[in-house]
Design a protein around this ligand. Structure first.
Ligand code: NAD
Length: 420
């Protein structure tokens, strides 16, 4: 018997989601093409001199999907499986996310195809500086503003900002967000995506009649988004019974001690081997646990038509971008499971990135409590708007969120008119 291999292409998922929204909105095929096509794409060679003196050639991309509402904004991903189509999909989702939470940006994304954990820190710095100089014509505080994503962090943002500034001849703090606080980063940025995920997760659980303090959760991915989400859920009284990363998954029916798990990950690099828990046979088994809340916070394409029927959580809140395929969405919705889409659930990161950019442009920094208050207000407002739209039109949250966002972008596009 030949095994069926599922080919994952997040761009196909992004196009399907867009075409569903365009159908609801009654837009033309021409408008769909405009909305589905990136405005600009750049593919660059990134030659890297390794520490042993050999030279390796890496490939990087930067895609600006839409610029109708302002400069474009989106993360930079370092991963061995980055593709141009993945970057295109992630850039499109950024456009919808920025429109949905009303920050004045279009969407962009970047990526370099390499696994930073296989390289020394100084090699990663050289990759970052060369990639930044190659994409320099496209980026800038009023053009396109990168931020951290999978495999990148605040040090990498500092190197990008420094490379850009040295080439411009003066310091330009607003060219990237997610920088260290010592270098114009915003207080509250590092935890913003996870906080936002948890604000929305708690609201979605209550909407489904679940009391968070009596609920259980599992978190897939224990990186910047996943570990913070697990910690804030625990603080809200939710019992986090399982967590995973690409190396393994751990489970404790009495609830994981998240602080202890974080210390274990800091010391070993993985959740695997955490003593106060038992290991699941396969990391993906976490998706199928009998729990109230599932937070996929790792990579795209993890819940598909082939495994959606095994997912038992009443509420799925997408910490990651694109974890659920449109076919899986349909299966979960038909079974009464609530999926809170990525463009709403993980928008906390871009909201506080926007605050960081505003602070950098004004050279005036806010207190952490102010950042968190404004983040919560925006997340709660966006959740209520999407929920009300979904209830009113009896449509899934993803379709409600995408159509609201697409309408906002299209209105701006039409108001600008076509040049020439
Ligand atoms: P990260 O690199 O900090 O962490 C990724 C985590 O996922 C790691 O623990 C990794 O081991 C794990 N992982 C990778 N493949 C896995 C698999 N197949 N199964 C289980 N775990 C796996 O990245 P991050 O910044 O936390 O991003 C995670 C997701 O959240 C991505 O989809 C990203 O685009 C999205 N996101 C991030 C931000 C942000 O502010 N960092 C904002 C919005 C959305």
């Amino acid at each position: 018997m030949t095994a069926v291999v599922e080919v994952k292409n997040p761009l196909l998922d992004a196009h399907t989601q867009l075409s569903r929204a365009v159908e609801v909105l009654g837009y033309s095929a021409g408008m769909y093409d405009m909305l589905a096509t990136p405005r600009r794409e750049l593919t660059v060679s990134v030659p890297l001199r390794r520490d042993d003196g050999t030279v390796e050639l890496l490939v990087g991309h930067r895609v600006q999907h839409n610029l109708s509402r302002g400069p474009s904004k989106g993360g930079l991903r370092y991963s061995h499986d980055v593709t141009l189509d993945e970057v295109r999909a992630l850039a499109m989702w950024m456009t919808w996310k920025c429109a949905l939470v009303d920050v004045p940006y279009g969407g962009a994304k970047g990526g370099v195809r390499f696994d930073p954990r296989q390289y020394s820190r100084s090699e990663v710095e050289r990759v970052t500086r060369r990639y930044t100089s190659e994409i320099m014509p496209m980026i800038g505080p009023s053009q396109d503003i990168p931020a951290p994503d999978i495999g990148t962090d605040e040090d990498i943002m500092a190197w990008m900002m420094d490379t850009y500034s040295v080439n411009r001849g003066h310091t330009v703090l607003g060219v990237v967000t997610g920088k260290p606080v010592a270098l114009g980063g915003s207080l509250g940025r590092a935890s913003a995506t996870s906080r936002g995920v948890v604000y929305v997760a708690l609201a979605a659980m209550r909407h489904q009649g679940l009391e968070p303090a009596a609920s259980t959760a599992a978190v897939q991915g224990f990186g910047k988004v996943g570990r913070g989400a697990a910690r804030f859920l625990e603080e809200a009284g939710v019992k986090v019974v399982a967590a995973s990363d690409q190396y393994g998954a751990v489970h404790a029916s009495q609830g994981l001690n998240i602080r202890a798990l974080e210390s274990h990950v800091d010391a070993t690099g993985s959740v695997a081997g955490f003593t106060e828990s038992e290991a699941l046979d396969e990391p993906d088994d976490l998706l199928y646990l009998e729990i109230d809340l599932l937070i996929p916070a790792a990579v795209e394409g993890v819940i598909t038509e082939s495994n959606a029927r095994r997912v038992r959580a009443a509420v799925v809140v997408e910490g990651a971008n694109g974890p659920t395929s449109p076919g899986a969405d349909d299966i979960l919705t038909a079974r009464g499971q609530l999926v809170v889409p990525d463009i709403l659930a993980n928008a906390g990161g871009v909201i506080v990135s926007y605050f960081e950019w505003v602070q950098a442009n004004q050279a005036y920094w806010w207190a952490e409590a102010e950042v968190e208050k404004r983040l919560e207000e925006r997340m709660v407002r966006a959740w209520e708007r999407v929920r009300d739209h979904a209830v009113l039109h009896d449509i899934p949250l993803r379709l409600a969120a995408t159509s609201l966002a697409v309408e906002t972008v299209t209105t701006a596009h039409l108001a600008r008119g076509l040049y020439p």
